[in-house]
Every structure is written in C-alpha cells, then in structure tokens.
Ligand binder design. Structure first.
Ligand code: HPA
Length: 282
C-alpha cells in the first residue's frame, strides 16, 4: 500500500480509539501467543474487537484473541492488545506494527511486549521467562523493516538508535519482581524470524551462532516502531519449547509445536500476569 493509504488507515483507527478510550493511556501491553489471559487481572475492563476498528489488522491465528481491552492495573490505565498481526499471516511490516503506531498516536509512553519463544540457550526450558536485552531483527536486516518508507520526523528520526532499546531500569524492576515471586528468569537476545515454519536444525544452529538465546516470530517490528516514537519498552519472552539443534536419523513425526506453545502459554499466564501487575503498577 502507498504511504498515503497507510497514513489514512492509521488515522481512521486512531480516531475510533480516541472516541472509545475514556482516559489517557499510561501503559500498553501486547499479549503474545496463548497469553490473552494476561488481561484477566484488569479492573473495570472494556473490550473492543479488532474487527470493530477500521484498518486494524485482524488475527488469523489460533491462540490470538483479536481484542483490545482497556482497564486499570495497579491504579494505571492500561490498554492490552490480545492478539497481534504477524508477517507469516501475510501482513507487511507496517501492519505488524500497526498496534504500536496507533498507541503512539494516542500518546503512549511505556509499553510491555510479550511473546512465546523457542529456546536456543542450553539453560532455558519451557515455562522460563526471558527479559529481552537486545534483538536480532532478521526480516528487518533483510529489508522488511517496519520503518522502511517515508519517515515522519514529527514522530522520530530517520535513523533511530537501537542500543538500549529494552529499557534497563524496567528490566531491572521486572527481574526483581520475578525473583520475589520465585520465577525462573533469564536475560537474553531475541531473534525474530518471519516464520511460519519452525526453524530447521541448521537454522537453529545458525541463530545460536549469531548470538540469539531465543527465537520467535513477532515483537521486533513493534519494538522498533515504539523506540522510533520514544516509547519506553520492556520485552518478555515466555519460553515455550526448546528448538531442536540436531537432525534425527529418521524423519521425525509431525510434532504439534503450535499446540505446545499455546499450552505452555496458558499454564504460565497467571505467573506472568502477576509479574506484569507488579511491573505495570510501578
Ligand atoms: N520458533 C519460532 N517461534 C516460536 C517458537 C520456536 O521454536 N516457539 C514459540 N514461538
């Protein structure tokens, strides 16, 4: 789509949400695969389906609800995006970051992004959390960058810096809160791939070799757009599976990794919700 069409699409969604929201946004939260339950702790929740927002890309994946939930958490106004648009669904990088573009236009200053991710680091296991300390944006490096195209200098610079993108103070606060409630937490590098195939063993070894600790199919388009707009970011990966690094001697049975990802997500959602309540309320 043209840049003008993108701008018009964004403006329509922003106008709808401005009319719907009842108070200024203080915190945004994007809930990843199987993590829609994160919104359950919100006080006075109000829901709006993505389908009711003009221009908003709809979720086509099981485990992604496709709803915005506005409410309060620890006295702060919070907007939760339950569901997101992924490149593998056929969305482009603009659409995969549409949620954050809208929240930025609504004045958001602080955002928590969550996702489900596969472990590349040998010490990580299903159910662990990884605070994202840095990312490797493979689709972005290959040209599918969310900020490709004309730059709106009113929002941010043409060449935004990504060092320190994941706010060190927020990360420290999340780490301390996680330890208080006894969660297994790590800090590491998240590699984004486009999907939808899970990594082959050779791709997994490649990702590990270039410095990734976990891999997933989302989040980074949202983070680069948030940082471009000067929004503070906390990124949390829920490790749902270990990524296979060696090829078996016989072709393996079709594993239902997607079901596993959602199941671990649902199990871990209450613990992650408790962590987020503490982080968002601060
Ligand atoms: N690879 C890519 N994305 C993922 C994975 C994985 O193993 N697990 C959850 N999201």
């Amino acid at each position: 789509m043209s840049a003008a069409a993108d701008r018009a699409r964004l403006a329509a969604a922003v106008a709808t949400l401005r009319a719907w929201l009842r108070e200024p946004l203080e915190r945004g939260l994007i809930a990843g695969s199987g993590l829609s339950g994160l919104a359950e702790g919100l006080e006075a929740p109000r829901r709006l389906d993505f389908a009711a927002i003009p221009g908003w890309p709809l979720s086509t994946v099981e485990g992604h609800a496709g709803t915005l939930i506005a409410g309060r958490l620890g006295g702060r106004s919070v907007l939760v995006c339950a569901g997101r648009a992924h490149l593998y669904e056929g969305y482009d990088a603009f659409e995969a970051s549409f949620n954050v573009r809208v929240m930025a236009a609504l004045g958001l200053r602080s955002l928590v992004v969550t996702n489900a991710a596969g472990a590349l680091h040998p010490d990580y296991g299903p159910g662990d959390l990884m605070l994202i300390e840095d990312h490797i944006y493979l689709p972005g490096l290959a040209g599918l960058h969310a900020l490709r195209g004309p730059n709106d200098a009113d929002i941010g610079p043409r060449f935004p810096v990504m060092a320190g993108a994941y706010d060190p103070a927020l990360r420290a606060r999340a780490g301390a809160a996680g330890r208080e409630i006894g969660l297994r937490m790590h800090e590491g590098v998240y590699a984004m791939v486009a999907g939808p195939s899970f990594e082959s063993p050779a791709e997994a070894r490649f990702l590990r070799a270039i410095g990734a600790d976990a891999v997933g199919m989302s989040t980074v388009p949202e983070v680069v757009v948030a940082r471009h707009a000067g929004i503070q970011v906390l990124g949390i990966s829920l490790i749902t599976n270990r990524v296979q690094m060696a090829n078996p001697s016989v072709a393996s049975e079709e594993a239902d990794l997607h079901a596993e990802v959602n199941a671990v997500g649902q199990q871990a959602a209450p613990r992650l919700a408790e962590l987020l309540t503490r982080v968002l309320a601060a």
